[in-house]
Design a protein around this ligand. Sequence first.
Ligand code: NDP
Length: 231
Amino acid sequence: MNILITGANRGLGLAIASEACERGHYVLAGVRSPGSSAEGLQELLTKFPDQVTILPLDVADENSVRYASEQAENRVRSLDAVINSAAILLGRDQKLEQLDLEQVEQSFQTNLFGPIVVLKHFLPMLRQGERQSIINISSEAGSFTGAYGGDYSYALSKSALNMFSAQLRNELAPQGIVVHALHPGWIRTDMGGEQAPGDATVSAAGILNIVERKTEADALFIDHNGAPMNL
Ligand code: NDP
C-alpha cells in the first residue's frame, strides 16, 4: 500500500511510519521541518531506502500542502491511505479566564484545517488507490462524553475534526473510501508525556491493522483496536 502520514518525524506518526515500512508498505512521510526534527525518520530511510519518501509538509500552510501533493504525485501515482497524525496541544491547564484565543486559532489551524487541507489536495491521488482509508487521528478529549473541563483549544479542535470526519465519511462512502476518526489511546510521546500507559508502537500496529482491513472497524469514531468510541 502507499500511505501518506502527516507528522511522521516523531511520536505516533513516526511509529506508524516505522511499522508500515516493516510491513512492506510505501510511506510518504509528511514532515514540517525536514532538517532538524527528523532524525528518527532518517534512520528509517537508511533502513528502508526504497520504501520512504520524506515530504516537506506543514499542514498549517496550504501552499506547503499543495506543493507536497505535487511532489507526491511525481513519486507515486496513487495513495491507498492517508493518516493525519500531526497535531498540537497548546495552553495545557488554561482555564477559561486565561484562555488565549490566538492559541485556539492555531489549534484549529493545525488540528482541523490541517487534515481538511491535506485531504483536499491528496484526495485525487487517494481516488486512484485501492481499499482506501482515511484515518484522522483524533482524541477522546474531543468527545462530548469525554469533556473534562480543560484543554479547550485542543478538545474543541478534535471535536470539530470528528464532525469533519463524519461529513467526509458520508461524502466518500459511495466510492468505497472509508473514513475514521481514531483515538490512539493515551500514549508515551512528547504530547502524551512519560507517565502515559500506552506505547505508540502498539497503537501504530493497531492502526495499520485497521488500514489493512485485518481488523474490522465499522464505527466512525474508534480506538486503535477498531472498537467504537462514544462521540
Ligand atoms: P507529538 O506532539 O509527539 O507529535 C506531534 C507531531 O505533529 C510532530 O511530528 C509535529 O511535528 C507534528 N506537527 C505539529 N504541527 C504540525 C504542522 N503544522 N505540520 C506538520 N506537522 C506538524 O504528538 P503525538 O505523536 O502524541 O500525537 C499524534 C496524534 O495523536 C495527534 O493527532 C494527537 O492529537 C493524537 N493523540 C495523542 C495522544 C497521546 O497520548 N499522545 C492521545 C490522544 C490523541 P514537529 O516535530 O515539526 O513539531
